[in-house]
Design a protein around this ligand. Structure first.
Ligand code: G1P
Length: 287
């Protein structure tokens, strides 16, 4: 299976941090956010990845590329551990790139993958969403898709006041964690939301989605929404929602990003203990 990583968004919620830096390159402890996403795909056995980029996103390509100069500096200085790590990053997958020339929305970005994907189911993994789980979340979706066919998207319950940040599904529960979706709404108000199950940003989609995107008019924010195209798809084929096992880290805004960074740093064996001491003394000082 191939994976598509849309990473063309403008990162307005992070300005001025993202004026000249892709939000997908924001660091979360040891690595940029998008590296977590590529590593999840690789852990699921996916090695053909297409990243949808855009203007100002070139550092993403450089991050996953070889850097002969840096390699030779590390080699000359005997920094074998660091050398192994940057070689691992450059070699872990075959990564292709296509640019979304105009920011017309997530649906439009996914449509750019049509030629690369062909007529097979494929994964979509948002470039600013980190999942941490024993079995990669995308693999959990792939397993359900192999069993049930159709398309499978990751969902989780979200707080009522947060439904307006997500695509929200309406579905019939078919087993413990699986829903047969019959409607989806992009970023509804709490009153309009058909449930509290939010789309978290990992999808395994039938190639029929491309036709549906083509038929989808611009929706919320004047952009072609993937959620609206999924709504059309759900009228033609099965679309399931899977409440996956694992944790999704919401790094869509500054507070979410800070919380994620803190939580993952506290869980790090080297950084965690001294950071905990530092935070304790900070709290004491601030009363
Ligand atoms: C996108 C999708 C939305 C989904 C969300 C998850 O919105 O359009 O359906 O719930 O990702 O993060 P965005 O956060 O890019 O505005």
């Amino acid at each position: 299976m191939k994976a598509i990583i849309p990473a063309a968004g403008t990162g307005v919620r992070f300005l001025p941090l993202t004026k000249d830096m892709p939000k997908e390159m924001l660091p979360v402890v040891h690595k940029p956010t998008i590296q977590y996403v590529v590593e999840e795909a690789v852990a699921a056995g996916i090695t053909d990845i297409l990243i949808i980029t855009g203007r100002g996103k070139r550092s993403i390509e450089d991050h996953f590329d070889r850097s002969l100069e840096l390699e030779s500096v590390l080699d000359n200085n005997g920094r074998q551990k660091e050398l192994d790590e940057i070689m691992r990053i450059a070699n872990m997958a075959t990564i292709h790139y296509v640019r979304q020339k105009v920011p017309r929305g997530l649906g439009d970005a996914v449509l750019l993958a049509r030629q690369h994907v062909g007529n097979e189911p494929f994964a979509v993994m948002l470039g600013d969403t980190i999942n941490l789980s024993a079995v990669p979340v995308v693999k959990q979706l792939m397993d359900v898709q192999a069993r049930m066919g159709g398309s499978v998207i990751a969902v989780e319950p979200v707080a009522r006041e947060k439904v307006g940040d997500y695509g929200i599904i309406k579905g019939t529960q078919v087993s413990d964690r699986l829903y047969d979706i019959d409607d989806l709404v992009e970023k509804p108000s709490p009153e309009e939301a058909p449930s509290n199950l939010g789309i978290t940003g990992t999808y395994v989609l039938s190639p029929l989605i491309f036709d549906c995107i083509e038929r989808t008019p611009p929706g919320r924010g004047g952009e072609v929404q993937l959620t609206d195209a999924l709504r059309l798809l759900s009228k033609e084929e099965k679309v399931y929602g899977l409440q996956f096992d694992g944790r999704r880290y919401d790094i869509g805004d500054k507070l979410g990003w800070l919380k994620t960074t803190m939580e993952l740093a506290l869980g790090d064996p080297d950084l965690g203990p001294p950071l905990r001491d530092h935070m304790r003394s900070l709290m004491e000082r601030q009363g």
